[in-house]
Design a protein around this ligand. Structure first.
Ligand code: PBG
Length: 328
């Protein structure tokens, strides 16, 4: 059949028709809200390269999560900024049952028990070298790191985390974490693996937020080479085989092809992380008046859904929930 029997514009002719036939929608419940946490009281520090995003102390985090929940957001991903005096090569502080992360998990769970609490599992915020693993003679050693990551995940789970999210890209960590959780009888704690995490320059503002930039070299011996696609499929399938429950792709907009391919090949919930550099770029362009901030934001978030994401970790989560609540 051809023109004029088939007209592409027919179903676009009114807003109600467009609403009826639209395949994808964005809801507040799709989002994972990253939170940056610092020691102290009544602290709310703006991150210079992430305008409108803050590091907060636990008393303010408590208020924040209550507000997020009211907006329909149902999940947070916790990151802590650790003081230099508590950093070492082995990430000892990461295992402290009274550590900032452990207290943060308890604080959120106490305030909003239904909130899904996810935690970043990696050594970099705790590492004196700013690397995701233990360093020996300039090398990031895999197996010794995996041992610590497993203990760290168990420590988060014991504090009340629902899902641990290893972002380190060491080999075998999912199996080791799963075994650790099983041995501790924390069988219902899930693992969201940052399985397709690329060695990306889009992480710059995040490393400023946590003061966690690598002190030497870069992360290319463990994070993926962005010249590869097959790597993502192979590694994420291995993570699922090792016991991961959710797979994450990171960064977001520059990696939609990866998301789409994983959606075809894996049968699990897929998450995407729209990272700090992506947020910073949109803020900067909007501040200059070059683009419409909210509309570009929504268009990018919709692209994640279309490409195959079920969950979206994004610094826009609160703004978008406010926007969607106002629309309704
Ligand atoms: C820690 C971690 C990083 C991010 C999430 N977890 C930084 C890195 O790997 O260097 C990046 C998040 C962002 O840029 O928003 N391993």
């Amino acid at each position: 059949m051809m023109y004029p029997l088939q007209r592409n514009r027919r179903l676009r002719s009114s807003s109600s028709l467009r609403n009826l036939v639209r395949e994808f929608e964005i809801y507040p419940k799709d989002f994972i809200v990253p939170l940056f946490i610092v020691e102290g009281e009544n602290i709310k520090e703006e991150i210079p390269s992430m305008p409108g995003y803050y590091r907060m102390s636990l008393d303010l985090i408590e208020k924040e999560v209550a507000l997020l929940w009211e907006l329909g957001l149902q999940s947070v991903l916790l990151f802590v900024k650790v003081s230099d005096t508590r950093k070492d090569n082995k990430g000892t502080e990461a295992l402290n049952p009274e550590g900032l992360m452990q207290r943060a998990i308890q604080t959120v769970k106490r305030k909003v028990p239904e909130m899904v609490v996810m935690t970043d599992v990696a050594l970099d915020p705790y590492s004196s070298y700013g690397h995701d693993g233990i360093v020996e003679e300039g090398i990031i050693v895999n197996d010794a790191t995996v041992e610590v990551l497993s203990q760290m995940a168990v420590s988060h789970a014991e504090a009340g985390a629902d899902i641990v999210a290893p972002s380190d890209m060491m080999d075998g960590r999912i199996l080791s974490i799963r075994k650790g959780l099983e041995a501790a009888q924390l069988v219902d704690v899930g693992i969201m693996s940052y399985g397709a995490k690329y060695a990306s320059s889009f992480y710059g503002p995040f490393r400023e937020a946590l003061d966690s930039a690598p002190g030497f070299g870069n992360k290319k011996t463990y994070q993926m080479d962005f010249g590869n696609r097959f790597d993502a499929v192979v590694e994420c399938q291995r993570d699922l085989d090792e016991g991961a429950d959710i797979i994450m792709v990171k960064p977001g907009i520059a990696y939609l092809d990866i998301l789409h391919e994983l959606k075809q090949k894996l049968h699990c919930p897929l998450a995407v992380y729209q990272v700090s550099g992506e947020y910073a770029m949109l803020k900067a362009a909007a501040e200059k008046g070059f683009v419409n901030y909210e509309l570009v934001m929504l268009e990018q978030l919709m692209a994640f859904k279309r490409a195959g994401a079920t969950l979206i970790a994004s610094y826009h989560a609160k703004e978008v929930a406010l926007f969607l609540n106002n629309e309704a």
